[in-house]
Design a protein around this ligand. Structure first.
Ligand code: FAD
Length: 287
């Protein structure tokens, strides 16, 4: 299927891109990897008259350390996350989890920024960003502002981003020593979106959970932080009973849409299973 006609713009700087967004308003759409936007254009769900391609803006790519944070340019593609020595050393969850996203071709073009900015509850980076306590750097005509990933997602395809803003970077606190992590994603086949997914980041101290973040993929109109599930664990020893209580609390916040991946009951039950597996896998990495 061929998308409707559009004008194509290839700015060389963030400032130039923001000016184009200001000039064309709601007629313009940012183009990153195109792996979500172009299918939507082909299906006529999106019909932008202007595409503003960020691919020639070098400053939007790359992964660097800045104090205690790792800063990832929004146009960094999934395969570069997977290959990053900085991420493997500082935030290994973000080098491992993208291996579960789509297929090699998509991972070669699809960007972390596009995955987050799209606001698709089926995408994996939103829950990962929430579990990682990531901050998102947004730039518009008035300059930059930084918002927490937790709170950025308002609903399906709805985020904090204004029409004339660009997500320029993702800031992730480097893991403290002893941090355990896991992303468990149930999918029907390689390359599929999650039927249910759970990201867990945790630390233990004195035999009890001292820090815990749990976030869920594709079981509500947006990625969810499972705060009650976290509360069920923090301060507690890890036992089958506390893990089960966390899984139950996570299931209680699920509000999945029924589709070909399953009905609401199945997706909710699978969320519980993904949460249990992710907690156990993360705990095994707490050293
Ligand atoms: P684009 O498609 O170019 O853009 C997506 C949206 O975000 C557009 O509205 C665009 O205007 C906006 N946007 C992009 N970048 C920015 C920015 N920097 N600032 C502001 N707005 C921006 N994803 C998963 O997470 N998990 C999966 O399992 C998965 N499976 C897939 C399977 C297939 C077959 C395909 C085709 C895609 C799959 N995806 C999956 C989606 C894929 O990861 C996309 O690449 C991703 O959703 C969007 O990233 P993109 O760089 O391609 O963005």
């Amino acid at each position: 299927m061929i998308p409707p006609a559009f004008d194509y713009h290839a700015p060389k700087s963030v400032g130039e891109a923001i000016a184009l967004l200001g000039q064309y308003g709601s007629d313009a759409k940012i183009l990153a990897g195109g792996h979500s936007l172009l299918p939507m254009m082909k299906l006529r769900f999106a019909q932008p008259a202007h595409l503003v391609d960020l691919n020639r803006i070098a400053e939007l790519r790359g992964i660097r350390e800045d104090g205690g944070d790792v800063v990832i340019g929004a146009m960094t593609v999934e395969n570069d996350l997977i290959a990053s020595p900085i991420l493997r050393a500082r935030v290994p969850l973000l080098a491992e989890a993208p291996k579960l996203i789509a297929d090699p071709q998509v991972r070669n073009r699809g960007t972390i920024g596009g995955d987050i900015a799209h606001g698709d509850p089926g995408n994996d980076h939103p829950a990962l960003a929430i579990a990682l306590d990531a901050s998102l750097v947004l730039e518009g005509p008035g300059g930059q502002r930084t918002v927490k990933a937790d709170g950025f997602f308002h609903g399906t395809y709805m985020t904090d981003l204004a029409e004339d803003e660009i997500l320029v970077a993702i800031r992730v606190p480097a893991f403290a020593a002893g941090t355990g992590w896991a992303y468990e994603k149930l999918k029907r086949k390689t390359g599929d979106w999650a039927t249910a997914g759970a990201a867990v980041v945790m630390r233990m101290g004195g035999g009890r959970v001292s820090h815990c973040r749990i976030a869920l993929t594709n079981v509500a109109p947006m990625a969810l932080r499972a705060a009650d599930a976290e509360r069920a664990l923090v301060g507690q020893p890890l036992t089958e009973a506390t893990i089960d209580a966390a899984a139950q609390a996570a299931m209680a916040v699920c509000d999945p849409a029924e589709d070909l991946r399953g009905d609401r009951e199945y997706k909710t039950a699978m969320t519980g299973q993904m949460v249990k597996r992710a907690i156990k896998a993360a705990a095994a990495r707490c050293k």
